[in-house]
Design a protein around this ligand. Structure first.
Ligand code: TTP
Ligand code: MG
Length: 251
């Protein structure tokens, strides 16, 4: 029952190009995705106790201080002006984390180059904050990076959270820059995460997606996290192809 309700290991998700081949020199790489306020950082922190796991939380602090400039604040105060600058920097800092060396066999990172592109850049463009040329340049950069740099991932954990719950958590944690984030924005981002992770078939390669009910309170989510950890540990030495054969998560 638990398996059906709270966690789904999607059988095959065709997501984006350039993520299929396994490079043995790279750690087994798990990216944690989900809306703003879905609990990604909390989820990542859980893995800190494992010696085999290197954790990388998102570099929000870097975005808030680029040579004294708070890009996150600029993004929310003048979105049209700051969108291109912000997303360029997000792309750079994400690639930096994808490429960051670690001695552990497993790497768990918050977000990825992929969600920045498929959710945030897409949304900013759809709302007219990134014009045609800006969107095209970001996309060219994205495609070049996917092709030329090893930014492949082996598994995605998706904290599927309702926009209402996400908003509640954003208000509670109180990051200054995000205090005016409207529910409509979170709904748009939610839909793009759903499209990207649960519906879209737009590429040639497959990455397994573990879906966790992010609406749960943390104490309830811990059971799911433990099982998810087991799946990651069990599969780090298998090929992605083997992993895709599972239709659900072993209890
Ligand atoms: P998130 O990347 O969703 O991180 P979070 O720490 O809010 O999530 P969680 O609570 O699950 O740990 O968003 C961080 C901020 O950066 C948020 O205000 C949205 C913004 N952002 C963009 O505007 N564009 C991007 O490409 C990314 C990745 C984030
Ligand atoms: Mg976070």
């Amino acid at each position: 029952m638990w398996r059906k309700r709270n966690i789904i290991l999607a059988s095959v998700k065709y997501l984006f190009r350039g993520m299929s081949s396994k490079d043995n020199k790279r750690p087994f790489t798990v990216v944690v995705e989900g809306n703003i306020g879905s609990g990604k950082t909390t989820f990542i922190n859980y893995f800190k106790k494992y010696v085999d796991v290197a954790t990388f939380a998102e570099p929000v602090d870097k975005w808030r201080d680029v040579n004294g400039h708070n890009l996150l604040e600029l993004l929310y105060s003048d979105t049209k002006k700051a969108a291109m600058t912000f997303q360029s920097y997000v792309q750079l800092t994400m690639v930096d984390i994808h490429k960051r060396h670690c001695s552990q066999p497993i790497k768990v990172m918050e977000r990825s180059l992929y969600s920045a592109r498929h959710c945030f850049v897409e949304n900013l463009h759809q709302n007219g904050f990134l014009d045609g040329p800006e969107y095209a340049v970001l996309d060219e950069w994205y495609k070049w990076l996917c092709k030329k740099v090893d930014v492949e991932v082996d598994m995605i954990v998706y904290l599927r959270t309702s926009p209402e719950v996400a908003l509640e958590r954003i208000k509670k944690r109180g990051r200054n820059e995000e205090m005016e984030v409207p529910l409509s924005y979170l709904k748009q981002l939610h839909d793009l995460h759903e499209k990207w992770l649960c519906a879209e078939k737009n590429g040639i390669s497959a990455v397994p997606v573990i879906v966790i009910d992010g609406n749960q309170i943390l104490s309830k989510m811990e059971d799911d996290i433990k099982r998810c950890t087991q799946v990651i540990m069990d599969n780090k030495n298998q090929s992605t192809g083997d992993l895709l054969m599972h239709s659900n998560v072993p209890s």
